[in-house]
Design a protein around this ligand. Sequence first.
Ligand code: PLP
Length: 393
Amino acid sequence: MNRQATIDIENRYGSGLYGHQPIVLVRGEGARLWDADGTEYIDCMSGHGVGNVGHAHPAVLEAIREQAGRLAICPNGFYNDARAALIEALVRITPDGLDRVFLCNSGTEAVEGAMKFARVATGRTKIVAAMRGYHGRTMGALSATWNKAYREPFGPLVPDVVFVPYNRVEALEEAVDSETAAVLLEVVQGEGGVIPGDAAFLRSAQELCSARGALFVADEVQTGFGRTGAMFACEHHGLRPDLMCVAKAIAGGVPMGAVLIGPRVGALPPRTHSSTFGGNPLACAAGLATIRAIEAERLPERAADLGARLRAGLETIDAAVVREVRGLGLMLAMELRVKSFPILAALAERGVLALPAGRMVVRFLPPLVISAEQVEAVVDAVSAVLSKESPDG
Ligand SMILES: Cc1ncc(COP(=O)(O)O)c(C=O)c1O
């Protein structure tokens, strides 16, 4: 199907919920993407942080092929070798104490699961979340998502969610009380503008939860699997959450999510939650191959190294429209004095596909396999685009 036919069909029959760049992506390899006309791009999106191991990773591809030919469907009422191998690997690589796993299919589902587990485990209802936080679009996760434009059309939402300013310890101290089931936080806020959490804030969230009988839930949906320069961003601050939500990069592009469950949660009442597709062998095989590739290729270390280079390169750009460069590992952002969408379109013209994170922020989430040369090319493209911009638009 050619470029225009693809665009026409998606415009006619798609949900209409997404804005589109006028580019039809048809192929990827490593950190490169190609469109329907054969134009090549450097990927600084990874599909919103999904493709940490890069596109078409041979080991992930082989695992999917092998598992699809053997057994792709296995209900949760039966044991399965691929599922067992994946949950064992997840328990091994996640922070100490998280030694049970609920498997699902996306980030928002992982957050829904964690919210339900926190309520049933504590017998309490209140959830403390952060301003500018993002946890997904289903009703529970949406209730804990800050952006009013996402929430307001759908009220009444799940009650008893309160928001505190991110990185403000005193606000947390006031909000967490004897009614609180959970404090739900991103370790680096992603959609909210790529804002790293302070160690003091995150550690006090954990300590307040443990002192006041609540559960500390880390949302590592975007930060997980090497993205920030550690396997999980919790490691930067020595955090040991009671529940941890992961998804996105977990299975190399195959939809999957998971909730890691710690000892303070206690036993979950049987049959209180479930998912038909959760833990299906195909996604599990892809997940195991992805985790093995992240470890074998030392992708967290690579994200730290290449992230430092990308950040240093972005910081050297001398353009009046740049307000700030921030982030952790290969989760980086440039806050601008101008709107991000025209900048993203100009970057695409120069062969770099990046993401917004709010109206004035350009976000870089490249596959962790991006090369030093590709990082340089990204910096050159950003520099060329921003040098043409003036803060007055
Ligand atoms: C931190 C965080 N939590 C949850 C989600 C929701 O994940 P999904 O889009 O897979 O439902 C996202 C998605 O961007 C996210 O960044």
